[in-house]
Design a protein around this ligand. Structure first.
Ligand code: 8X3
Length: 250
C-alpha cells in the first residue's frame, strides 16, 4: 500500500486493515507512518519510491516478512497548474517520477512476490490509483495529464503482459476528491487557492469513498478484474462539468 501517509492512501490502509487485511503502509514520511501503525496496526515501511534501491529494499523486506498478495499503488501527485508553455521542467520531471516510474519500479521489484502469492492463493492483485486526468486534459493540467496518462498506459500494458497469469491488474481513476494535501501540494501550499477549487461543491468525494471502491475491487471474486473504474462525485458529471451549489431536482 503506497502513499499511506495521507489522503486516499492512508484512508485505504485504514479501511483494508479494518476489514482484516494485513497491510504494509509505504510512504516517505516515517513519522506519519509510525503514528498510523500505532493507531491501526498498519505496518510502517518508510521508502522513497523515486529511489530504485529503496524499492528493491522494500521488496527484499517484504519477501523476508511474508510476501505480498496485493500491490496497491496510490502514491503520486501533481505539481503546478502552469500552461504547457510555462511548465517548469522540474515539476514535470517530478510528476513523471512520482506517477509513472514509481509504478514501473514497484512492478519490477514486486512482481516476483505477486507471482508467488498467485501460486499460493490462486490470484494476486496490482491496483493503481490514477485519475480522471489520465484521459481528459484541461488547461493547466498538461504535466499532470501527461504523467497520469503515462501511468494508465503502464497499467493497461501490464495487464496484457500478464495475460494467462492469475494476477488482476486494476485501475481506479478518481475525479474530484477533497483531501488534506493533494491540491495544497499542487498549488505549492496555497490554502486559499485549494479551498477555492472545492468552493460550493456539494459533497466532493472524500478519501474514504475511493478507499471503499478499492476494497470492493480487491474483495471481488478472484476471476473478476475491474480493469478501469472511474469514480466521481455526483456534482462532477464530466471533467469540466462541475455543479457548485446545492444539488436539487428540477
Ligand atoms: C485529480 C483529478 O481533475 O484535479 O487527480 O486533475 S483533477
Amino acid at each position: 500500500m503506497t502513499g499511506a501517509s495521507s489522503g486516499i492512501g492512508e484512508a485505504t490502509a485504514r479501511h483494508l486493515r479494518s476489514r482484516g487485511w494485513d497491510v504494509v503502509g509505504v510512504a516517505r514520511r516515517a513519522d506519519r507512518l509510525a503514528a498510523l501503525e500505532a493507531e491501526t496496526g498498519v505496518v510502517a515501511h518508510a521508502a522513497d519510491l523515486t529511489d530504485g534501491d529503496a524499492v528493491a529494499a522494500l521488496a527484499a523486506w517484504l519477501e523476508e516478512t511474508g510476501g505480498v498478495d496485493a500491490l496497491v499503488h496510490v502514491a503520486g501527485g501533481a505539481r503546478g497548474t502552469d500552461r504547457v508553455e510555462d511548465g517548469d521542467p522540474d515539476d514535470w520531471r517530478w510528476m513523471f517520477e512520482a506517477n509513472v516510474l514509481s509504478g514501473q519500479r514497484l512492478v519490477a521489484s514486486l512482481l516476483p512476490l505477486l507471482r508467488s502469492a498467485a501460486d499460493r492463493a490462486g490470484h494476486a492483485d496490482a491496483l493503481f490509483v490514477t485519475s480522471t486526468a489520465a484521459r481528459v486534459a484541461y488547461p493547466g493540467g498538461g504535466g499532470y495529464n501527461a504523467a497520469k496518462a503515462g501511468e494508465a498506459m503502464l497499467v493497461h500494458a501490464l495487464r496484457q503482459e500478464l495475460n494467462g497469469e492469475p494476477i488482476r491488474v486494476i485501475e481506479i481513476a478518481p475525479g474530484m476528491v477533497r483531501t488534506e494535501e493533494f491540491t495544497l501540494n499542487r498549488l505549492g501550499g496555497d490554502q486559499a487557492g485549494a479551498d477555492a477549487l472545492y468552493e460550493g461543491v456539494e459533497a466532493p468525494l472524500v478519501a474514504e469513498d475511493v478507499a471503499d471502491v478499492i476494497a470492493y475491487a480487491l474483495d471481488a471474486p478472484g476471476h473478476v478484474n475491474l480493469d478501469l473504474v472511474t469514480v466521481r462525485p455526483v456534482a462532477q458529471s464530466a471533467q469540466h462539468l462541475l455543479a457548485r451549489g446545492p444539488l436539487k431536482t428540477r
